[in-house]
Design a protein around this ligand. Sequence first.
Ligand SMILES: [Zn+2]
Length: 84
Amino acid sequence: MREYLASAGESLLMGRVSKGAKCSVEGCDKEAIRSLDSGKAHAAGLKFRDERRVFLCREHYKEYKKALRKDRVIERWRRLRIIH
Ligand SMILES: [Zn+2]
């Protein structure tokens, strides 16, 4: 439920991507489906061409979500002192 609310809020914040916008990830020129705050996007460890507003294609958006999820898991492990 919490996760659902978070993603609902996220999609409200992230405006629709205008048609023809390209993915901002270095070396990728696929059509973007999502726009993100660049600070948040950089937290996922992806490399972008220098832009304030970051656009992601379907594949990179998936990668972005996965990266954030992984970070959260590692953070939890650290807190539980499973890893250091
Ligand atoms: Zn891409």
